[in-house]
Design a protein around this ligand. Structure first.
Ligand SMILES: Nc1ncnc2c1ncn2[C@@H]1O[C@H](COP(=O)(O)OP(=O)(O)OP(=O)(O)O)[C@@H](O)[C@H]1O
Ligand SMILES: [Mg+2]
Length: 358
């Protein structure tokens, strides 16, 4: 957020009021999310509020407008409000602010969930590997600033990326380009980051990296609908989000919340995938259905988004990941499911023929 260098007490009062407004669909305020470009209140009672451009659908713009007008109108002494709202979808490569394509990247595919521990990182890594196996040029970016797990899973635990000029160079593992905040910052440092620092880190990891030419950039997100997710949406258009759910999640509102979040920032949703869907017995090879199995598909239908399939609960997976070994190579039942997920993702992105239909 471009908070003035020395905001007056009046500006501070205005900012405080704005921090009561959450971006619709997210658990973070517009101030915390770095979406307030300018907020000034002059002694004559005129408030000026400018929000950063984001791909907000019309109903979201309206809701933001109403909320801002309501909190600012409630401030003592305010007589006039000039409000500039986020632009509707209109990505422009030459515009310094607002969502813009990442140089050299054809499609941005975040992997998200409303709840922690459902397998986002596992899905992100193995989807990336399966897409690469199918001949695409793939990047994998770990945006989980609060708990990055990609370095360990990709066997790059102690690696350090290099810079070239003013850009970072991703590392490479198993044929895909990999970058994680975990390579750059000690875990405990990122934990205390909030708002503008998070927004800055997300911006750097998206736009100040030399990805070269890649077809798909898979993003591993932290759980929930917070500052990292909204920073992502305000930095780049989302070509296709993948939401991960486990069968038991369905009783909770988490899946709905995650899908909703993407709808509120005008992102395209490729669909929802059911992880830990059924159990493949390592001894007998038999398939055993888990409590709640099959419940994600009807939920996806109700939400109006595609169902992307089922991934088994596979006891081999945690051990492989902890040792930085490939699940595609070491766990055949899972590998099959990820190849099928990759097919769906390619189809959804229009990449099935080998190139994005743009
Ligand atoms: N299909 C699966 N079968 C067996 N274990 C799995 C499966 N998917 C994920 N796991 C295991 O579950 C744990 C959590 O997975 P993962 O770290 O991918 O979840 P996450 O959603 O990224 O978590 P967080 O919200 O903490 O980032 C890991 O130990 C992982 O190995
Ligand atoms: Mg994770």
């Amino acid at each position: 957020m471009s908070k003035p260098q020395n905001p007056s007490a009046l500006d501070e009062k205005l900012l405080q009021a704005l921090s009561l407004v959450n971006y619709p669909g997210f658990d973070t305020s517009i101030v915390e999310a770095g979406l307030v470009e300018r907020a000034t209140l002059d002694p004559g009672g005129k408030a000026v509020v400018v929000l950063r451009p984001i791909n907000a659908p019309d109903d979201v713009r309206q809701s933001l407008e109403d909320q801002v007008a309501s909190v600012v109108g409630a401030l003592e002494g305010v007589t006039e409000l000039s409000l500039t709202l986020p632009e509707p979808p209109k990505p422009q490569a030459d515009k310094p602010q607002g969502p813009r394509p990442i140089s050299g990247v054809k499609a941005v595919v975040p992997v998200a969930s409303g709840k922690g521990g459902v397998g986002k990182s596992t899905v992100a890594v193995n989807l990336a590997l399966a897409l690469s196996e199918k001949g695409l040029r793939v990047g994998l970016l770990d945006l989980d600033l609060y708990g990055p797990s990609i370095p360990m899973m990709m066997g790059l635990a102690n690696a350090k990326p290099q810079g070239e000029g003013d850009k970072l160079l991703p590392l490479e593992a198993w044929g895909i380009k990999v970058l994680s905040i975990g390579f750059l910052v000690p875990a405990d440092a990122a934990l205390i980051w909030r708002g503008p620092m998070v927004a800055k880190a997300v911006k750097q990891l998206l736009h100040e990296v030399d990805w070269g030419e890649i077809d798909v950039l898979v993003l591993d997100l932290p759980p929930g609908t917070g500052d990292i997710q909204i920073s992502l949406a305000s930095e780049t258009p989302i070509d296709g989000a993948v939401v991960v759910a486990t069968p038991q999640d369905v009783a909770l509102a988490d899946v709905i919340k995650a899908v909703d979040m993407f709808k509120h920032v005008g992102a395209r949703i490729l669909g929802v995938v059911e992880n830990m869907s059924y159990f493949v017995c390592p001894d007998c090879g038999g398939r055993h259905e888990i409590f709640g199995h099959g419940s994600v598909s009807p939920l996806a239908r109700n939400l109006g988004v595609p169902f992307l399939g089922e991934i088994p609960l596979d006891p081999a997976v945690p051990g492989l990941e902890d040792n930085g070994q490939s699940v595609l190579a070491g766990a055949p039942a899972s590998a099959e499911a990820y190849r099928s997920l990759a097919d769906q993702v390619m189809q959804g992105l229009g990449l099935a023929g080998g190139g994005k239909n743009a």
